[in-house]
Design a protein around this ligand. Sequence first.
Ligand code: PLP
Length: 394
Amino acid sequence: MKLNENYRSLSRSYLFSEVEKRVGAFREMHPNQELIRLGIGDVTLPLAAPIVAALHDAVEEMKEKQTFRGYAPEHGYPFLRAAVRSHLEGYGAVLQEDEIFISSGAKDDLAGILSLFGAGNTVLIQDPVYPVYADTNILAGNRIVWMRAEPENDFLPMPPKDGGADLIYLCSPNNPTGRAYSRAQLEQWVQYAAACDAVLIFDAAYEAFIGQHGIPHSIYEIPGAQTCAIEIASFSKTAGFTGLRCGYTVVPRGLCRCGQNLNAMWERRKAVSTNGVAYVIQRAAQAVYTPPGWKAVQDAVSYYKKNAAVIASALQSAGIPCCGGVNSPYIWMKCPNGMTSWQFFDHLLQTAGVVGTPGSGFGSAGEGCFRLTGFGDAEKTRQAAVRLVQAAAL
Ligand code: PLP
């Protein structure tokens, strides 16, 4: 027997378990002190009423013989593929329904998409970034070339001078820096990918948080992307589906490499690896794009972004460099007084009872930085912002 030896190359994923370990130790020492968590990467608001109503209606259908549904189509129900298509068209990204594949979430397809490619590819990945890109590529036996996101490039790395990339991951708006690429920047990336025959994997998990004009929500707003890009998106952060699980992946029919059509390959991959996403969940996702559904999810996004703005303005008034929040729920701050990410984590926990996420956990370029999120409660976020600034001054 042969095992996938690449598992040996994974570094121990200790970021969130180490955070919990240190928080647990603090709680034991200080059982009466209230902790405020600004490290949350999950949504906290409940599902919006139009989504819950759609879930209920779909459950009712499952009760009746005439409307009961069994296996879902592996590529998604036509009603949801059509709803995603028209959502993207609203941004100027014109696609066909058979280019849109409904998934159980972005993470599932970020792992699955690598089944289209052989081992040994050269992959460009932003640093810091959502750790799943690196781990899935290590498991696939690929060679990672890191692109540092730092103040010098405004946390938005641009194409390198040399070619040679096979796959390129862009996460925009980015987790953890909160920064998002402009249209002109994405045009450069699409041109670069086309010139070196690479495939761009565009993670649009946070597209609903984009608040500025000139920031594309979809890579297919960029001319030429349909022949060089795959988009992976999710209802998780857009509409609170982290527990329900639903997303979509776009593989255009014009995307061909090495004489093969990637849309046809992905269609086949889905057919052999899934029996689809539950009917009731897809009906709930469809409700996101109805006028009341979209208004409700936008209200939740605004709530999270207001929290992020509270944190950002507290940091800015204390003169602490930070970015993000405008098109994202994430604030990326520089640790004060030259502290490392974990030193600041401990300092903030011990002196302020506030929990954040050490930037070094998202890549080596994140050392000396810290991630805070707007996913918490508004009042608690206000209290935490005050405590954060006080702790930074100590
Ligand atoms: N992509 C990014 C950048 C994320 O931050 C996350 C979750 O935090 C995901 C994808 C995963 O999304 P999903 O819940 O759809 O699997």
